[in-house]
Design a protein around this ligand. Structure first.
Ligand code: SF4
Ligand code: SF4
Length: 424
């Protein structure tokens, strides 16, 4: 990130306005329907959290720079120019008041992709110096250490040793020519080591070859979250270089929603060419193993449980049916949340939100939506497939005194893997 100034921010906003953004602004009919889709509006009732309103600085630049009306207004001194103070004010709306969940984009009657616009507006905010401290620090750590939480290779190596000791299985590192390269998020390395253990057991049962790349094991892309394409590109490039060097066929994005969006959907655009390998979320891979008859389970979890769909998986990725197929194999009392699947509500901490300390109170407030969804169902357990959602929901449960276990689906499946003589 170069030195930030208002001028750089203004120019960055101007550069972000492409044909889709111009057409989205021109076609907005100001109906306000997007507000009802956004948990920051529904849970606070504050109209400032209306998604299209969060884009006001970008809209102003579009009008001033690219429309006839804007040019006339400027000619007659009627234009209200964007100011640095305005950008400073909007920082709260664009970061603290948005998780890039994409729910607003699903409901706009004229098809405006609001989350695409917010993601682009963040590029201008960073260039102008109005990004949250927590995200700036995470991005710096990602560039210097390879991980937004500062996790370096020795920490992963220590975890690998533990997993190898506990499972008796070898965790392959830097193996050339294998089928899968597995990425991990820092949160998994620090908080959920059971994910790596689960991968080792599942790959062993499925008879698949895989590896971790010591030069690029981190999946999280803080460049996408903060809105800094240069950082995002650098982080994607590291994964691409490692995957190509190891000649893997598929890179597996871990149980992390936004990492999947970053590497699968934004990745090729960021580096300006298609990948030479496939990218899949771990749930897509596991569902393929199921279809190939390579995932054999035994026994069922009889708890009344439900699944929280991570926003980036269902809305950007369309990974909706896979977790349900997998849950059917191991859960006998699975129930669906209201608005599940493509319209599921965000946990309240996506898009880098969980790294913004000053947004903690707001995050807890908007968690009421998830709380309501869960209370309606009276479930005993929650399953998800995103380490970030998991942490945010654990914090929410603590704040609202809701003692409920949360598990990752990959880990849950690994606990039900059949030995050679048994299967469901
Ligand atoms: S829903 Fe679409 S058309 Fe309506 S206000 Fe929001 S962006 Fe504009
Ligand atoms: S992306 Fe999600 S959080 Fe952001 S404005 Fe849209 S609905 Fe609200």
């Amino acid at each position: 990130m170069s030195a930030a100034t208002f001028e750089r921010g203004y120019n960055a906003l101007k550069e972000q306005i492409d044909a889709p953004i111009a057409s989205f602004f021109s076609s907005c009919v100001r109906c306000g329907i997007c507000a009802e889709a956004c948990l920051f509006f529904t849970e606070t009732g504050d109209p400032k959290y209306t998604p299209i309103y969060k884009l006001e600085p970008l809209r102003k630049v579009w009008e001033q720079e690219y429309t006839l009306l804007g040019k006339f207004k400027a000619l007659f001194g009627l234009a209200q120019k964007l100011t640095d103070a305005e950008l400073a004010e909007w920082k709260e709306l664009i970061y603290n008041g948005c998780t890039l969940c994409g729910r607003c984009s699903m409901v706009c009657p004229v098809g405006n992709d609001l989350v695409y616009m917010i993601r682009r507006a963040r590029e201008g905010m960073v260039a102008a110096g109005h990004a949250p401290e927590g995200l700036i620090n995470a991005s710096k750590r990602a560039v210097t250490t390879g991980s937004p939480m500062g996790i370096k290779l020795p920490a992963l190596q220590a975890q690998i040793k533990h997993v190898e000791k506990d499972t008796g299985l070898k965790i392959p590192v830097d193996e050339v020519g294998v089928e899968y390269m597995v990425l991990l998020s820092s949160m998994e390395i620090i908080n959920f080591p059971e994910y790596l253990e689960a991968i080792a057991k599942i790959m062993q049962q499925a008879g698949k070859t895989w590896t971790i790349a010591s030069a690029a094991f981190e999946a999280t892309n803080s460049g996408i979250q903060i809105g800094a394409a240069d950082i995002a590109r650098e982080l994607v490039s590291r994964v691409v270089t490692a995957a190509e060097k190891l000649q893997v066929k598929t890179v597996i994005s871990p149980e992390c929603g936004h990492a999947y969006t970053a590497i699968r959907w934004e990745g090729p655009n960021l580096i300006g060419r298609p990948f030479t390998f496939k990218v899949q979320h771990i749930l897509e891979v596991l569902d393929e193993f199921r279809q190939q008859g390579k995932l054999k389970t035994s026994g069922f979890d009889s708890n009344r449980l439900t699944f929280h769909d991570p926003c980036q998986l269902v809305r950007r990725g369309g990974v909706v049916e896979q977790p349900r197929h997998l849950l059917k194999m191991i859960a006998s009392n699975f129930v669906e949340m209201s608005d599940h699947g493509k319209m599921n509500w965000c946990c309240g901490g996506g898009g880098g939100h969980s790294a913004i300390e000053e947004a903690h109170e707001l995050r807890t407030q908007v968690f009421q939506r998830k709380k309501t969804q869960l209370e309606e169902l009276k479930v005993e357990k929650l399953v998800t497939a995103c380490a970030n959602c998991r942490i945010v929901m654990e914090e929410g449960f603590e704040a609202y005194e809701m003692p409920m276990p949360i598990v990752g689906l990959t880990e849950m499946l690994a606990k039900h893997l059949a030995t050679s003589n048994e299967s469901n």
